[in-house]
Design a protein around this ligand. Structure first.
Ligand code: EPZ
Length: 420
């Protein structure tokens, strides 16, 4: 198992290019199960989650070829179930449920377990599939779904924390082959949902309204193969923007879609960070003085929960009090105790973290607990005086392509070491 050894104190400077979005490519890979024809996907990031999803699709019977950043998937002959352990281990794989049920009228998928950031139930996914006419059973750790046929209908997908991203993806995919029209109310509006709808429409689906809370899907008899380029990863772009500001550097981030990052750019500017849109890129540098700001995570287009931990590091080094409230996941503060190990002063109060910023950070061995927490710990290590060892970076490799090489390109003193 690898760790990252970081010598802090170097401002990040230069140019970096953003990879394709993990949270767009995973549901798009699942969508290829809706047709027997070949699908080609470009700008596919080299991530362990992508490789995992590839193994899951193979376990269902699809052929999966990856060459550089291009994936070729063909689900000619498939079965309604895949490898239990593989599916159980990766939450994102739940979005094979809708496509399998739509194409085969039966599906048996292992229930995704909870994860460190929250319980993460799938009740809204199942509620939507039942509304389309599916019979759902939970047995022996599986979701077993079947339906003579799926019939279009109206459904409301709002839950405790608002809309569900993968739930919207699952129901949108299931509805593409249902008879009649489906109206999804309180749908998630994330850019990744729009990217999936664009891919499905390229396959011959009839979807409108993606990106708004109301999505309309007119069912069709069948879908065909398609070719698609995945959108850039807005969470990776936000991570590099915050790393540039936190280290006091200046970075040009190529491929960052500013129109997907309004809430993040707005908060960075409020905190005194200079963010310029330069064509298909954004340029980020720290202004004269950072200012503490309050943040509440919300569904898109609000401030993304996947950027909360990284932003906490910036607030930890900024003089003043900042209140960071997590409204999407009930336990997404695993990074707080590790940041305290580096000297940050953060108190937890219910769904909020009260950050007393401005204390200098000093390097120490710390442990990553989940994908975005690990990105935050890397940023903290880049800022901290001395040496920081971030352990368990397999979390990081799930969602960041070659992050250490990209940071090195920007001048970071960082190296991957085998864990002792
Ligand atoms: C997607 O997860 C992303 N994952 C997450 O990114 C992201 O944090 C999340 O959306 C929110 O933006 C992928 O796209 C692979 P949700 P998803 O269903 O779809 C509750 C990362 O770091 N809920 O929108 O699983 C749920 O518990 C990951 O890249 C129900 O109550 O998230 C949560 O509190 C982490 N019932 C809230 O809704 C349901 O049936 C939002 O979850 C479904 C969800």
């Amino acid at each position: 198992m690898d760790s990252l050894l970081i010598k802090g104190g170097t401002p990040l400077c230069g140019e970096v290019t953003i990879s394709g979005a993990k949270n767009a490519v995973l549901p798009i890979m699942a969508a290829t199960l809706l047709t027997a024809e070949k699908c080609i996907i470009h700008r596919v990031p080299d991530l362990s989650d992508v490789a995992f999803m590839g193994e899951i699709l193979k376990s269902i019977g699809a052929t999966v070829k990856i060459d550089g950043g291009t994936l070729e998937i063909q689900a000619a002959k498939i079965k309604g179930y895949g490898d239990y352990e593989l599916i159980r281990k990766m939450r994102g794989s739940i979005c094979i449920l809708g496509p399998l049920l739509a194409r085969l009228h039966k599906a048996k998928v292992s229930l995704p377990g909870g994860c460190v950031i929250g319980m993460r139930p799938i009740d809204l996914h199942l509620k939507g599939l039942e509304a389309l006419g599916a019979k759902i059973q939970i047995s022996e750790g599986y979701v077993i779904a079947q339906a003579k046929r799926l019939t279009g209908t109206d459904m409301f997908l709002g839950g405790r924390a608002g809309p569900t991203v993968l739930g919207t993806a699952n129901l949108m995919m299931a509805a593409t082959l249902a008879e009649g029209v489906t109206l999804i109310e309180s749908a998630a509006c994330e850019p990744e949902v729009v990217d999936l709808a664009n891919f499905l429409n390229a396959m011959g689906a009839k979807i409108s309204g993606a990106g708004s809370p109301t999505i309309t899907v007119t069912g069709v008899k069948e879908l065909h193969g398609a070719e698609h380029e995945v959108i850039p990863d807005r969470v990776e772009a936000a991570t590099f923007a915050i790393a540039a500001a936190a280290t006091g550097g200046e970075v040009q981030i190529h491929g960052a879609r500013a129109d997907h990052l309004h809430a993040v750019i707005d908060k960075l500017r409020e905190a005194g960070v200079k963010v310029e849109r330069t064509g298909p890129a954004i340029k980020v540098r720290r202004g004269s003085r950072l200012k503490s700001v309050d943040i509440t995570t919300l569904p898109y287009a609000g401030f993304p929960t996947d950027v909360q931990a990284q932003m906490m590091v910036l607030m930890a080094i900024t003089p003043g009090i900042s209140i960071i409230t997590e409204r999407i996941f009930e336990s997404r503060f695993m990074h707080v105790s590790e940041l305290a190990r580096l000297g940050a002063e953060i108190a937890l109060e219910g769904p909020s973290a009260i950050v007393k910023g401005g204390r200098p950070l000093s390097g120490a061995p710390i442990m990553a607990s989940d994908l975005r927490a690990s990105a935050a710990l890397v940023i903290a290590g880049l800022v901290a005086k001395g040496q920081t060892l971030v352990k368990r970076i397999y979390h990081l490799d799930r969602g960041y392509e070659n992050i250490d090489a990209k940071l090195k390109q920007l001048g970071a003193r960082i190296e991957r070491v085998a864990e002792t």
